[in-house]
Design a protein around this ligand. Structure first.
Ligand SMILES: Nc1ncnc2c1ncn2[C@@H]1O[C@H](COP(=O)(O)OP(=O)(O)O)[C@@H](O)[C@H]1O
Ligand SMILES: [Mg+2]
Length: 324
């Protein structure tokens, strides 16, 4: 990489539209952005940094934008997250960092942290025991509620099932041995709709209502998007959730129930914004690039904050070995 321009590593194994948007946005800000696959990274204690970032990164980047952490075996995923943790320890800003990703990729931990902080979220249970899950279903049904079962690490509405009274609990093998159960929240007015609020740097950047073809309102499941101004409860809940989970940016899913209460369903630390971009006038990738650079990367001529100082010192003292 050239030394003059800021070097931004975009972590993904599937650059696609989002990757291109980010490269363009960073390029327009005099940064050289290039992709980095976590699968290509390794620990190598023979080198001074102790870590090798594939073959294309001979030096530590000035910052890392995490666009995706590919799935794999438990060991592979942990090693990939270790790389993000190590980068942060080496003083490289990681946007969203590994801890934020861990807290939110795991829906049970997200739910627990939201609940603990008093951020409204539906009653949720996560366990490994099918008998316990079954008992919970019966208790919910007895109170007139349906229940949603979700994959613990799921996304894009895949694998969700609504279990109304009497419907069998799926075999937990289909859910990697974990039952993550959440009370079904009937939507206001009976309309299939929820909200995606996009938060960047502690502020709402944009938001949309998603109208699903059924109760699962993900864009990937065919939902129609409509821009909304996120004020009031939507804004408050989204910002509270992001603060509690300590994230640089996030896609917060919020549903307004038939009782009029807004509740946070989940928080995404590597959210897609293709659907949201289709109803938003400004370029979301540009807002993300601006926020990352403004808060985390030293710009020559501007005074660096403590985090930036740490990053500069670490980056100055460490050169990565070029991998094989
Ligand atoms: N408890 C719930 N009550 C009602 N609808 C829900 C509930 N949980 C999820 N949904 C619907 O399913 C969608 C996907 O759920 P979500 O928890 O966001 O998982 P994913 O990670 O797959 O997006 C939500 O956007 C919402 O439309
Ligand atoms: Mg979601």
């Amino acid at each position: 990489m050239q030394t003059s321009a800021r070097a931004i590593a975009i972590v993904t194994d599937d650059p696609g539209w989002h990757g291109r948007q980010l490269v363009k946005a960073f390029a327009a800000r005099d940064c050289r952005a290039a992709f980095l696959r976590l699968q290509d990274c390794s620990f190598d204690l023979a080198g001074s940094a102790g870590i090798v970032l594939g073959t294309d990164w001979a030096q530590l980047p000035d910052a890392v934008f995490v666009r995706g952490v590919p799935g794999g075996t438990l060991e592979q995923v942990i090693l990939r997250l270790d790389v993000l943790h190590a980068l942060k320890l080496l003083g490289v800003p990681v946007y969203n960092d590994g801890r934020a990703i861990e807290r939110t990729v795991d829906k049970a931990m997200t739910s627990f942290l939201l609940h603990r902080a008093g951020v409204p979220t539906p009653p949720t249970w996560a366990c490994e025991d099918a008998g316990q899950a079954q008992a919970r279903l019966h208790a919910e049904w007895a109170q007139g509620h349906a229940v949603v079962i979700k994959p613990l690490f799921g996304s894009q509405g895949e694998g969700l099932r609504r279990l109304a009274s009497g419907q069998p609990l799926p075999a937990l093998d289909e859910y990697q041995g974990v039952a993550y159960l959440q009370r079904f929240v009937p939507p206001a007015g009976g309309v299939n709709r929820d909200f995606r609020v996009f938060v960047i740097g502690g502020r709402v950047d944009c938001a949309m209502a998603r109208f699903g073809t059924d109760w699962i309102n993900n864009v990937a499941q065919g939902a129609r998007c409509e821009a909304v101004a996120a004020g009031g409860d939507l804004e408050r809940l989204a910002l509270d959730a992001v603060r509690v989970l300590d994230m640089d940016y996030a896609g917060v899913d919020i549903l307004i129930g038939a009782d009029g209460r807004a509740q946070v369903l989940e928080v995404n630390s590597v959210p897609a914004w293709y659907g949201l971009q289709s109803v938003t006038e400004h370029r979301i990738a540009e807002r993300l690039a601006d926020d990352l650079l403004r808060r985390h990367v030293h710009v020559p001529g501007r005074r660096a904050g403590p985090v930036q100082d740490a990053a500069l010192h670490a980056a100055a003292g460490l050169a990565l070995a070029v991998g094989p």
